[in-house]
Design a protein around this ligand. Structure first.
Ligand code: SF4
Length: 158
């Protein structure tokens, strides 16, 4: 359980949300994003030092306090794939609670798969649904449910 002492830069946490994926979910917002999409809805969270440094153990305790009400956990930000190694470890513990995982990323599915970055691919393999791609304000109208713009896709991975 040594890994649970690992720490993550956290921008925010919602205990219950209905708009960040299917069903009632807790949402973890991590700090740091390199995509710089114009019109970003969470601009402050692009900063890698925004928010608080929190241990995985504390995050899991907060998630656990919402079980059995929630159906799953959503990783958002910021870009969760900038913290792929730590979030992979967190994902293992979340799955052990019987919860599913949605994850938002500015990277597309193809960019992650072709990155040859072992930790990013490892995280991809642990999430159930990926909402992918950068936010494009010109494609905001008619965006799929749970996405911010039409170019983003809701990809079921499991
Ligand atoms: S990927 Fe998301 S958090 Fe990152 S700049 Fe774009 S809209 Fe903002």
């Amino acid at each position: 359980m040594e890994c649970l002492n690992k720490r993550l830069q956290v921008a925010g946490f919602l205990d219950n949300s209905l708009v960040n994926g299917e069903g009632l979910r807790s949402v973890l917002f991590v700090s740091g994003c390199r995509h710089k999409c114009p019109g970003c809805h969470n601009a402050a969270m692009q900063d890698f030092s925004y928010g608080d440094t929190v241990s995985l153990k504390e995050i899991l305790g907060r998630i656990e306090s919402n079980v059995p009400l929630i159906k799953g956990v959503t990783f958002s930000g910021g870009d969760p794939f900038e913290h792929a190694e730590t979030l992979s470890e967190l994902a293992d513990s979340i799955k052990a609670m019987g919860l599913n995982i949605w994850c938002y990323s500015g990277y597309t599915y193809e960019e992650i798969v072709r990155s040859n970055d072992e930790s990013k691919i490892n995280l991809l393999n642990k999430i159930d649904v990926l909402v992918d791609g950068r936010f494009d304000s010109a494609q905001k109208e008619g965006a799929p449910k749970y996405a911010g713009s039409r170019n983003q896709r809701i990809i079921k991975l499991s």
